[in-house]
Design a binder for this molecule. Structure first.
Ligand code: ADP
Ligand code: MG
Length: 376
């Protein structure tokens, strides 16, 4: 039932996988030209695919609930495709808009990336489809090029004004490493992170509060950062160092100052975190995470009672540090813990949620996994 052959009457040409991600530190910095430090999760979206000669795009997802959906590739237009189908369709549209004459395909999708949990199932879905199309249609695009196509798809077709981090993480991360990425020019390097060797575990606590980045809040924050950069005569806030803040903040209207302070201090936190990883001092990452959360909560104001409580309960239960990860307004919290204490910390957060009458959180343990790849 619902195998590729059941759905489409023939076998797929191949299968591709692309992971979700958690960002260790560097939140809301990518669209300011700054630094990020994501790892890919072992959880992936898988796309089985076969080209079609008739220009039809047929789509089915194990998580999509419903029959096979059928679209005409030539008629794809931003805003015209509702629901989850928009994400894979967007990638095909973005490839064609970039000048690649790709045709139709039968696609069967399946995933174990929690959706809407701030773990970037949307980028995983886009990147799995992008990787499949790249191979099937012989496009020869590099992983960063495919990430840019996937971002363009989400921005222009789905209508979510996300930065480049999620797609770059899903395409370019490597097993055992975090991706230290400079969003200004997409240069970066893989930074080894051996959590197990250091006796540590990274808990991911899905607060089950569904964020909605497509709503106005994210776009408003992004616009605020762009306005602040323009007022300061800068191409992007990335150009500011923490030592520039005392002179720069007074030149801005009150409401923009905390936004700028977050972005500038957050960029510095990424550099501090990378320095700790480079020296192998992984526990020193903890306070950097917690400081990042305070900045998201107090300056950028994208946390919520559930993420704040998860951070507080995790740190109280002995985590080295914790922070909200992802765009905010809910989603997931990461907590760096001594591996033997992971169950205790997870239970402490669940208990705190019960006392606060919040929906019980879901917890998983993240290990740095590989980026998008062909499976068969
Ligand atoms: P996040 O990226 O944090 O998981 P988003 O709201 O950006 O949250 O993306 C979630 C959306 O992506 C879902 O509502 C759905 O439309 C789509 N999606 C993600 N994974 C799948 C999947 N396996 N099948 C179908 N749609 C999916
Ligand atoms: Mg998303």
């Amino acid at each position: 039932m619902n195998s590729f052959t059941d759905l489409y009457g023939h076998a797929p040409e191949g299968e591709w996988a692309a992971p979700g991600r958690v960002n260790l530190i560097g939140e809301h910095t990518d669209y300011n030209g700054g630094f990020v430090l994501p790892i890919a999760l072992p959880q992936t979206v898988r796309a089985q695919a076969r080209r079609r000669p008739d220009g039809l795009l047929r789509l089915w997802s194990a998580q999509g609930k419903g029959p096979v959906r059928e679209l005409s590739v030539a008629e794809l237009a931003p805003g015209a495709v509702p629901g989850w189908v928009a994400y894979p369709a967007a990638v095909v549209w973005a490839l064609r808009e970039a000048g690649y004459e790709v045709g139709g395909a039968d696609l069967r999708l399946d995933s174990d990336v929690p959706s809407g949990a701030g773990l970037s199932s949307s980028a995983a879905l886009e990147c799995a489809v992008a990787a499949a199309y790249n191979d099937l249609y012989g496009l020869g695009l590099s992983a960063p090029d495919l990430a840019l196509i996937a971002q363009r798809a989400e921005n222009a077709f789905v209508g979510v004004p996300c930065g480049i981090m999620d797609q770059m993480a899903s395409m370019c991360c490597r097993e055992g490493s975090a991706l230290y990425l400079d969003s200004r020019d997409l240069t970066g390097r893989q930074v080894p992170i051996d959590l197990t060797g250091a006796g540590l575990a990274l808990l991911v606590i899905d607060t089950r509060v569904k964020h909605d980045l497509a709503d106005g809040a994210y776009a408003a924050l992004r616009a605020g950062c762009e306005r602040a950069a323009a007022l300061l005569g800068l191409p992007a806030l990335r150009s500011l160092a923490p030592s520039d803040l005392p002179a720069s903040l007074p030149r801005l209207p009150d409401e923009l100052r905390p936004l700028v302070r977050h972005v500038v201090t957050e960029n510095a936190r990424v550099e501090t975190a990378v320095a700790h990883l480079d020296t192998g001092d992984l526990t020193a990452l903890g306070p950097v995470l917690t400081a990042g959360h305070a900045s998201l909560r107090d300056d950028y104001r994208v946390s919520c009672p559930e993420t704040d409580l998860a951070v507080e309960a995790a740190v109280t239960a002995g985590a080295h540090g914790a922070r909200m990860t992802g765009g905010g307004f809910g989603g997931s919290v990461i907590a760096l813990v001594d591996a033997p204490r992971a169950p205790h910390v997870a239970t402490a957060v669940t208990t705190a949620f019960r006392h606060a009458a919040f929906t019980p959180p879901h917890t998983l343990t993240a290990t740095p996994a590989a980026g998008a790849r062909r499976l068969s």
